[in-house]
Design a protein around this ligand. Structure first.
Ligand code: PLP
Length: 346
């Protein structure tokens, strides 16, 4: 009897829930929907989703993935695209997608409010992707764990010391835009031959190639790795959370990213994708990054730069060739060379 009563109550509740979900699906349909692939940290992705829904009433279905994974998914879905907008992640796979006709040209009225580097990205991609933030690559170390190692790395070269065997973590450049930025940075600093020699030597000290670029920063904070290679702003997030970590801008110089945004070709919600695109370039949307503890430099000149953001003008930045390293041929070639010559080494 009790069981039956509970069952009846559960059925009634399920009915109510279904009615609600029909209602909300109806509302979403009335006001439109948007499918977003999001390439930054989960917290920031969620903040953007919620704020855009609140602002417009457009229901957002968001999926968070790493930069290279989103590119692979967009390419795999090209015949029947599921996503409308690809927001965030490093610029290189956005550039590759632009070249491969997976994304569309768009000129936002907000373009004139943006930093030169953001607009240059748009021009180089023939108007198919645009810069939304920028940040420099670097590494960090756990100040507690490093004590027993007898080193204090300041340069990329310092990461090769046998004292750091199995103590360095980085991501896999196939999935991670952060790690691809490292690959392209090392080659631009050292030349391709010496650069690959460096990456092979570094491999001896790498304990794990993670899927996501920010994972090594988190692992450092948890004491799971002594050194982590990541974007400096991702490491700063851990420092803000009081992890015992020192952030390093490597002495030889370093590369940087132009985090980008693109509209997917064949988007089913094209008008909403453009609405999101314009909104995402406003200071109101861009300041959500810092609120979600993501400390990049935003692309709208009027968005306040978070005080925690590593100062790009104080870091020795290389003259990063985004067009070359974002080109389809070069990106494919370098990734397959890295797979063959580095990843599969014992
Ligand atoms: N999260 C943040 C805060 C970033 O700045 C970036 C780079 O654009 C990413 C994530 C990209 O991550 P991944 O290296 O996993 O592609």
């Amino acid at each position: 009897m009790k069981l039956t009563k509970n069952f009846a109550a559960a059925t009634m509740l399920a009915g109510v829930a279904t009615a609600f979900s029909f209602l909300s699906a109806g509302t979403a349909q009335a006001q439109g929907a948007l499918v977003m692939y999001c390439g930054v940290q989960e917290e920031w992705c969620r903040a953007m989703t919620t704020a855009f829904e609140r602002e417009t009433g457009i229901k957002v279905a968001m999926t968070r993935k790493s930069s290279g994974e989103i590119y692979a998914q967009v390419k795999a879905e090209a015949a029947n695209p599921r996503a409308d907008i690809w927001w965030g992640g490093t610029g290189d796979p956005h550039m590759q997608a632009a070249e491969e006709d997976l994304t569309v040209e768009y000129k936002s009225p907000k373009n004139e409010e943006l930093q030169d580097w953001a607009v240059r990205q748009w021009e180089q991609a023939k108007h198919r992707t645009i810069g939304i933030y920028s940040g420099a690559l670097g590494f960090g170390y756990n100040t507690e764990l490093i004590k027993s190692k007898g080193v204090e790395p300041k340069c990329w070269a310092d990461l090769l010391t046998p004292k750091l065997k199995d103590e360095v973590q980085m991501a896999d450049p196939n999935s991670s835009g952060t790690a691809y930025t490292l690959l392209a940075t090392i080659i631009q600093i050292m030349g391709e031959e010496k650069g690959f020699e460096y990456l092979k030597a570094l491999h001896k000290n790498v304990n794990q190639y993670t899927k996501s670029g920010a994972a090594p920063a988190k692992a450092m904070a948890l004491g799971e790795t002594t050194v982590g290679i990541a974007f400096m702003h991702d490491i700063v997030t851990m420092v803000v959370d009081k992890a015992p970590i020192k952030v390093v801008a490597p002495c030889e110089g370093t590369g940087y990213e132009i985090g980008s945004m693109s509209i997917i070709k064949g988007a089913k919600n094209m008008d909403n994708a453009k609405k999101f695109y314009d909104w995402a370039l406003t200071p109101a949307a861009q300041k959500l990054g810092a609120e979600a503890k993501s400390y990049q430099v935003p692309s709208n000149k009027s968005t306040p730069v978070p005080p925690e953001a590593p100062k790009l003008n104080e870091i020795k930045l290389i003259n990063f060739d985004f067009a070359k390293y974002g080109s389809s041929e070069e990106r494919k070639r370098l990734l397959s060379k890295w797979d063959n010559e580095v990843k599969n080494l014992p």
